[in-house]
Design a protein around this ligand. Structure first.
Ligand code: NAD
Length: 391
């Protein structure tokens, strides 16, 4: 409940920025420049003290841009009309949320259905950034894409750091060094960024994706598209995402990809199917056939991994091959990841606000698409079906 003297304002909409508490989460939902934009739009911004510290934004950088600071979580939640977060709220924050508050952040809607239920029961109107429609009009609000861009970049740097070789070809007086060979499996947003980054470092890159449509994008980045003898005619859904394939398909894919994997110095896997465990694409046998010193970076680690040997948030070494299972790569580059995420949130907020007031147009494709809970209900059909199925 709001504390005395801190009733939510009837006039000015107050945007609260929560300090993240999940271990290793260094991002913050709003950066100081984003505060300035919101304040210029007649919104008030309250930032939890220390919220931006780990991302490189000390408290003073927020107050300079017009935010006020609040140390206490319950007091912040008592004041804010809209709360912005990166990770889903933990029990303490959830317990202090008021009915009628709007929460905007990543909410892992298809995985954490119990959270969606709690938000609905508490009367919180929540928007999940994962549910943002992937349409042209919402591109600047697409936080999955912005954070995947950071992940793809970081994956290549991690690999280069662990690899006992350099990436580019070098012709020197001390001899000629051959370039690193990089295989990127899954050429979505993260995969394409990984391809571009590895190419810029001088690696020879090849990539495979079940969506044939990406072949041209892969080639335009200077990488080779790996052709497999698989029927991918029905690989893409209407939203541009990969569809789940049969176990027989994955079996064949694993067999055919095995040779490409063992010939690579670095394999970066990003293959995901929305709402499902990640497909298993690299067998233990294929990893053991890689040269010692090779590196696998598995961006699907949080969803079980694309590689049989991946362990979430652990570095595994098998026969001299390192398999990295970092589950939160954007948090490893928190300054720019936060800057991009904040831009996504501010654009979305501007979409929801009209003349300083929150106006929810539930007929609007973007507002309706991102909405997870409202007026006591889970509003997203897929999440609702999952939540009911979990009963
Ligand atoms: P994602 O993270 O869900 O998946 C990553 C990649 O893995 C995808 O390219 C997918 O096809 C691939 N994949 C799945 N199973 C695979 C398998 N067995 N083998 C190899 N690859 C496999 O996807 P994402 O990166 O978030 O986005 C995917 C697509 O969504 C984009 O490429 C695009 O078409 C669309 N999109 C559209 C917009 C927009 O229009 N605003 C924005 C972002 C993404």
């Amino acid at each position: 409940m709001p504390s005395a003297g801190q009733e939510p304002s009837d006039n000015i909409v107050i945007i609260g920025v929560i300090k993240e508490t999940v271990p290793g989460e260094k991002r913050v939902a709003l950066v100081p420049d984003a505060v300035k934009t919101l304040v210029a739009d007649d919104l008030e911004v309250v930032v939890q003290a220390g919220a931006g510290e780990a991302a490189g934004f000390p408290d003073a950088t927020y107050t300079e841009k017009g935010a006020t600071l609040e140390s206490d979580t319950a007091a912040l939640l008592g004041r804010a009309d809209v709360v912005l977060g990166v990770q889903p709220p933990g029990p303490e924050v959830l317990g202090a949320l008021r009915s009628g508050t709007i929460w905007i952040g990543f909410l892992k809607p298809l995985d954490e259905t119990a959270l969606a239920k709690s938000l609905a029961e508490k009367g919180v109107t929540s928007f999940s950034m994962e549910l943002m429609p992937r349409i042209t009009r919402a591109q600047s609000m697409d936080a999955l894409s912005s954070q995947s861009t950071i992940s793809g970049y970081r994956a290549v740097l991690l690999a280069s750091f662990h690899l006992p070789k350099i990436f580019p070809m070098l012709v020197t007086a001390a001899g000629t060094l051959s370039p690193a060979r990089v295989l990127v499996i899954g050429a979505g947003v993260a995969g394409l960024q990984a391809i571009g980054t590895a190419r810029r470092l001088g690696a020879v890159v090849e990539s495979y994706d079940t969506r044939p449509a990406v072949k041209e994008q892969v080639e335009s980045l200077g990488a080779r598209f790996v052709e497999l003898d698989l029927d991918t005619g029905d690989a893409e859904d209407s939203g541009g995402y990969a569809k789940a394939q049969t176990e027989e398909f994955y079996q064949q894919q694993r067999e055919q990809l095995g040779k490409r994997v063992s010939a690579s110095d670095v394999v970066i896997t990003t293959a995901l199917v929305p709402g499902q465990q990640a497909p298993l694409l690299i067998t233990e046998e294929a990893v053991r056939a890689m040269k010692p010193g090779s590196v696998v970076v598995d961006l699907a680690a949080e969803k079980g991994g694309n590689c049989a040997l991946t362990q979430a948030d652990q570095d595994v070494v098998v026969d001299g091959v390192t398999i990295l299972g970092h589950t939160n790569l954007p948090a490893e580059i928190p300054f720019h990841a936060s800057q991009m995420y904040a831009k996504n949130l501010v654009t979305f907020l501007k979409h929801l606000v009209d003349e300083g007031k929150i106006e929810l147009d539930l007929e609007d494709e973007i507002t309706k698409g991102a909405l997870l809970t409202h007026e006591g209900q889970i509003t997203n059909d897929a999440v609702k079906a999952r939540a009911e199925g979990a009963n």
